[in-house]
Design a protein around this ligand. Structure first.
Ligand code: PEP
Length: 249
């Protein structure tokens, strides 16, 4: 199980206190999940320091496909790693929608993440029109076809797929458990087709309006190996409540 927080473009330096509070809240108790926090890039270094001595790992929210070069404003996977990050979110729908990221770009970034030794969380998900048209599964399969690297990372747990229906992100709406189960089964089957037995170790996260109140139900769905959490990861109290809601398996 992996619970990953996506802070998006939220947080000045003071926000790192939430990571310290999260660490204190987790102290001592056996963790039911790996915990990842992805703050804005400006906070990664401080976040890594705040997470020292805890089992929280820190990640980025995007990276460039090249290790270095004349790409003003960009950050490479190697730079994230150098700053102490262990993971990176790639192909989030906001990046696809607002910055024109294509499947091919996401795939190149995922290859870069792997080269730099980062866990790659590749986001996929349909929009509302596609769901209403009955196209959700085929849209996600096509995104996987284009976004996921051809070869598995040396350790399969370094490839994570986050299913995030666009219409559920930040809206308070979620698919029902049957819809989540159907999509996660389709993603598992796609991974098995591409990577064989290694697919069983790859984690498939659900993302989109996960809150303390619905986390237990969502995380109990078959083939849900964790969650990607936006708004509810910004406050340690909410994130801790989600961690406590992880069902026993
Ligand atoms: C996200 O942006 O990845 C996300 C899941 O956001 P929220 O939890 O706020 O819907």
């Amino acid at each position: 199980m992996l619970l990953a927080g996506n802070w998006k473009m939220h947080g000045l330096r003071g926000a790192v206190a939430e990571i310290r509070a999260l660490g204190r809240g987790l102290n001592g108790a056996p963790l039911p999940a790996d915990i990842l926090v992805c703050p804005p890039a400006t906070l990664i270094n401080e976040a890594v320091k705040a997470a020292e001595g805890t089992r929280i790992v820190i990640g980025g929210q995007n990276c460039h496909a090249e290790p270095s070069g004349a790409f003003t404003g960009e950050i490479s996977a190697e730079m994230l790693r150098d700053a102490g990050a262990n993971a990176v979110i790639l192909g989030h729908s906001e990046r696809r929608q607002f910055y024109g990221e294509t499947d091919a770009m996401v795939r190149a970034k995922a290859e870069a993440a792997s080269r730099a030794g980062l866990i790659a969380l590749i986001c996929v998900g349909e929009d509302e029109r596609q769901r209403d048209a009955g196209e959700a599964v085929s849209v996600v399969q096509k995104q996987l076809d284009g976004s996921v690297p051809a070869s598995a990372p040396a350790d399969p747990i370094d490839l994570v797929i986050a299913y995030e229906p666009v219409w559920a992100i930040g809206t308070g709406r979620t698919p029902n458990p049957e819809q989540i189960a159907e999509m996660h089964a389709a993603i598992r089957a796609w991974l098995a087709d591409r990577f064989g037995a290694a697919a069983d170790q790859m984690r498939i996260l659900y993302g989109g309006s996960v809150k303390p109140e619905n986390a237990g139900t969502i995380l109990a769905v078959t083939n849900v190996d964790g969650a990607l959490i936006g708004g509810a990861s910004l406050k340690a109290g909410d994130f801790l409540a989600i961690i406590r809601a992880v069902p026993q398996r």
